[in-house]
Design a protein around this ligand. Structure first.
Ligand SMILES: [Zn+2]
Length: 482
């Protein structure tokens, strides 16, 4: 009995510490100053980061407030979810770069064009796209975004100024607004005034449908390739507009796990992902390891998670000359939960996500020219290979709509497609005008030629998911009549 009382006392004591001591300094580096003119999250949303699960409306309100307060941040709304929530994007860089942002974007894209070899990377900013909580019930990422955006707006030091001068950060604070809102409602509604870490607590058993998916219960971390949902369309548009060099995808995993960052399991990397991509991912990983060591958090890498299906956020960039990075934080699910590693508090999970968001931009700053050169070389090689490829024709003589929808998907990925001009018979197959499309070989488009011509290709994956493989004529590639 005494033991039970003692254990309960310790738990209550620890819980009260977790609640009472929480302030923004728990997350932020303390060796720099912060601009007092920038409002903290608590001043705007009424609670400390990690004290409650931030609702999407509060998250958006804070981001809009920061954009008004800081010359480093601009904000745009790229669409609307099925529940009418905005799909916001922050662009964060130095005020000087903001004056010139479209020129910076165009110069960056020029690096991937045929003129790329003559473009110097010495002065070019690196582009980093950071996205949070595509699974809405993996909330530490989006909640970390509050502290992270504050840091980007308010942190003051010569190093930060230098970083912002050479980096454009595209911050997507909530990849899944409707799911985040659904989960925040659940966790906050079922939170006890005295936090209860018992796994049986209702707070940790979200009812179906949970916040993982969007309004129509679609797992949006499978939609980077088919691009069927409004949230996906916004981010794929942003991706192709900027061709970022690094894209990070902040998730959560089981409560008994620690923290994972890519590279993933080496035997489960898609064969079309260049080896150097994985080497750069591993080098970036050394920054995460160092940062997590500094705050005493456990972590692991190169196991458990794959880097195979290009419809996921951390893999899609890898076939586009970018570097995709998956983060997985052991989930407290609610506000504090017992785990095999001890009590797992929500603020602790938020801090790990915050820390690795920071280590990502630290790596980007230090590896900038190397990563820009990698992207330039990637596209140069593709142009070289594209000259050897043939055009592609696809269609369905009985169902023109299927072919039309596939063409639409290709266009969302900026792949040029046009209708077949006349009926044609190619390799024994008949293609009807109005039911068939041509993908010309002579175009700049990420990795399409390699994907189409090698095994396990991207386009057939899209076929399979959307149109049922086998109903299309897709035996191989053909030269088509002009
Ligand atoms: Zn996830």
């Amino acid at each position: 009995m005494k033991k039970i009382v003692l254990v309960l006392s310790i738990l209550i004591f620890q819980n009260s510490i977790a609640q009472e001591k929480l302030d923004l300094n728990y997350y932020l580096p303390q060796d720099i100053s912060y601009n007092a003119d920038i409002p903290t999250p608590k001043e705007i949303i009424g609670h400390e980061v990690g004290e409650w699960h931030v609702t999407h409306d509060k998250l958006m309100f804070y981001m809009q407030t920061l954009a008004q307060a800081s010359g480093r941040i601009s904000i745009e709304n790229r669409g609307s979810t099925f529940e009418g929530r905005p799909v916001l994007l922050l662009t964060v860089t130095s005020p000087k770069n903001h004056q010139n942002i479209e020129k910076i974007r165009q110069d960056h894209i020029a690096l991937t064009e045929s003129s790329g070899n003559s473009v110097s990377v010495e002065e070019q900013p690196i582009i980093v796209y950071q996205g949070f909580s595509i699974h809405g019930n993996e909330p530490s990422g989006a909640n970390a975004g509050l502290a992270y955006a504050y840091y980007l707006a308010a942190a003051e030091s010569p190093e930060i100024e230098a970083m912002l001068d050479k980096t454009v950060i595209l911050m997507d604070p909530s990849f899944n607004p409707d799911g985040l809102q659904r989960f925040a409602y659940w966790a906050n509604t079922n939170k006890s005034i005295n936090l209860n870490p018992d796994n049986n607590e209702r707070e940790y058993h979200e009812v179906w449908p949970g916040g993982r998916s969007n309004h129509y219960w679609f797992d949006m971390n499978r939609d980077w390739l088919p691009v069927q949902l409004p949230e996906s369309r916004a981010r794929i548009e942003t991706f192709h507009k900027w061709l970022p060099n690094i894209l990070t995808d902040h998730h959560e995993m089981g409560t008994n796990s620690t923290f994972f960052f890519q590279p993933g399991e080496p035997t489960r990397v898609h064969p079309l992902t260049p080896k150097i991509n994985q080497e750069l991912t591993a080098e970036i990983g050394t920054y995460h390891a160092k940062a997590l060591d500094k705050i005493g958090s456990l972590y692991y890498s190169e196991e458990n998670y794959d880097d195979y299906y290009y419809g996921k956020g951390s893999t899609f960039p890898d076939v586009n000359g970018s570097i995709g990075i998956l983060f997985e934080q052991g989930s407290s699910r609610g506000h504090i939960q017992e785990s095999e590693n001890g009590l797992l508090t929500f603020p602790f999970t938020v801090r790990n996500q915050f820390t690795t968001a920071l280590s990502t931009i630290e790596a980007a700053k230090n590896m900038r020219t190397k990563i820009l050169e990698y992207q330039r070389d990637f596209y140069a090689q593709l142009r070289n290979e594209a000259t050897k490829e043939k055009s592609i024709v696809f269609g369905d003589s009985k169902d023109g709509a299927k072919a039309w929808h596939l063409a639409e998907i290709l266009k969302r990925h900026k792949i040029k497609v046009h209708e077949l001009a006349n009926d044609a018979t190619i390799a024994g197959k008949n293609y009807k005008k109005g039911h068939s499309y041509v993908v010309p070989a002579n175009q700049k488009i990420q990795d399409w030629s390699r994907l189409c011509s090698k095994s396990a290709p991207l386009l057939p994956t899209a076929f399979f998911m959307i149109f049922r493989l086998g109903h299309f004529h897709w035996p191989s590639m053909w030269t088509i009549p002009k």
